[in-house]
Write a new protein. Structure first.
Length: 179
């Protein structure tokens, strides 16, 4: 077994899909004994700075600092939701287009996995299964890619119980979305 630190990169931009991706990654990191790297790509012309889709003009503040605040706020919310205060999380912020930047971060971090939400802040046609960023990452990622639907409800207690007992019953791990 290698002594290399295992890393899961999670793309975060404040959307519900990004929160779902981080929630999934926190649980996966427990199983893989991995650290989580919360990664955000930002544009010099605008930046998402809160979970409620608030944008702030770039020229009035330090973009990287605001992105960092948003990352930490999202991570704290998700950690509280899943009841985990032991997850090892670091943060990376980099200027650039989302898909290319997340792939570059995954390469630089020698990631074991790249996790993103299925739909983010972009416009597009409602009802599409994948957003453009998740689609690009799925096709061009440098490591295994997981795309998490925001309506997928991972039952933390059931997963933890199954792992502790050695159960292989997959039906208790995921709750199908409500119709």
């Amino acid at each position: 077994m290698s002594d290399r630190e295992r890393k899961i990169i999670v793309g975060i931009e404040g959307s519900g899909g990004a929160k779902a991706a981080l929630k999934w990654a926190i649980q996966e990191a427990k199983f893989r004994h991995a650290t989580i790297v919360v990664a955000t790509a930002y544009s010099p012309s605008w930046v998402p700075v809160s979970p409620d889709f608030t944008y702030i003009p770039v020229d009035n503040f330090n973009v990287e600092e605001e992105v960092g605040r948003m990352q930490e706020q999202i991570a704290q919310e998700v950690l509280e939701e899943v009841g985990d205060d032991h997850a090892e999380i670091s943060y990376v912020r980099k200027k650039g287009s989302p898909a290319d930047t997340l792939i570059a971060i995954a390469e630089a971090e020698n990631a074991d996995m790249l996790v993103v939400g299925s739909r983010g802040r972009g416009g597009g046609v409602r009802g599409l299964l994948l957003g453009s960023v998740s689609h690009q990452i799925a096709h061009h990622g440098c490591c295994p890619v997981v795309i998490v639907r925001p309506d997928l409800d991972v039952k933390v207690e059931d997963v933890n119980d199954d792992v502790a007992s050695g159960s292989t019953d997959e039906t208790s791990k995921v709750e199908p979305p409500a119709a």
